[in-house]
Design a protein around this ligand. Sequence first.
Ligand SMILES: Cc1cc2nc3c(=O)[nH]c(=O)nc-3n(C[C@H](O)[C@H](O)[C@H](O)COP(=O)(O)O)c2cc1C
Length: 295
Amino acid sequence: MRNPILASSGTFGYGLEFASLVDLNQLGGIVVKGLSRNPIAGNPAPRIVETASGMLNSVGLQNVGVEAFIRDKLPALAKLDTPVFANVFGYAVDDYVAVIRALEQAEGPAGYELNVSCPNTHCGGMQFGADAALLGEVVAAAKAAARRRPLIVKLSPNVTDIAAQARAAERAGADAVSLINTLQGLAVDAAARTPRLGGGYGGLSGPAVKPVALRMAHQVAQAVSIPVIGMGGIACGEDAAEFLLCGASAVQVGTASFWDPARPAAAVRELDDFLDKHKIASAAELIGALRMPGP
Ligand SMILES: Cc1cc2nc3c(=O)[nH]c(=O)nc-3n(C[C@H](O)[C@H](O)[C@H](O)COP(=O)(O)O)c2cc1C
C-alpha cells in the first residue's frame, strides 16, 4: 500500500461509485461492501439514523452477491492502482468458504477481510465473532480456502474481551486483524414508541465510537504479533495518527465518507501534514509509540 489509509467496508460502496468524486488511487486501499454467496436485498428503511456524534445503521448486509461482484465490478476495480480488499461474510462456515473460493478464481482482489459480526444460523444466531471457538472455526476454514491472498479478520467490538478474540483469530491463521466493526445500539422514537430504524437494532459508528475503538486497538496490538488495522470514528489525519500510536499499522475511514466522500483521501494528506509538523520521518515511527502511564 502506498499509504496506511483505506476506505472501510460498507461506507464506500464498491469503490467505483466514488470514482467521479475522488481520485481512488490516492487511497492506501479500498475495502468493498461485504459480499455473500447470494445477493441480499437488505433491511426495510429507514436504514440509517444520525445519533449524537455518530450514526446508527441497519443496512442488513445488502449486496449484489459474489458472482455479480466478480462479473460486474471487479474488472474495473482491477484496473485501479490501489489494492482492493474483498469483505466477506456468511451465515455458516460454508458460506464464507464458498465466497472466498469464488474470489480465488478471479483476478483483482489484494486480499480478503472476514466480517465475523454475523449471526451463525447453525448456532442459534450467535455471532461468529462473539465466541472464540466459533471464530477459530470460521477463520481456519477461510484461511484454508484463501490460498492466493492474505486474510484479514475483522473483529466485533460486541464482546467482553476483544484481545482474546484477536488471539483466537491469530491462532487460527489470520494474517492480520482489523477492528472495530460497529457497536450494537438502538435509537428510539419516543413519540411513536418504535425503533427509529426499520431493522430495529443497528450498528453505531462515527466519532462517537472512537475512544472505544482506540482502547480496543491498543489492547489487541498488545495481544497479537500480526498486523492490526484500526478503525472507528476516524475522520482526519490526526485521528489516523492516534490509531497508529495505539499499535495499528494501517487504518480505515468509514462513516466520515457519509458527510464528505473525499475524507479518506483528505486524511492521507493530513497525516503527511501531521508528520511534517512534528518532524516525524515516516508514519511507521508512530506505530505503537503511545506512552501509557505505568501500572
Ligand atoms: C452503513 C454502514 C455499512 C457497513 N457495512 C459493513 C460491511 O458490509 N462489512 C463490514 O465488515 N463492516 C461494515 N461496516 C462497518 C465499517 O466498515 C466500520 O467498521 C465501522 O463503521 C467503524 O468505522 P467508522 O466509525 O469510521 O464508520 C458498515 C458501517 C456502516 C456505517
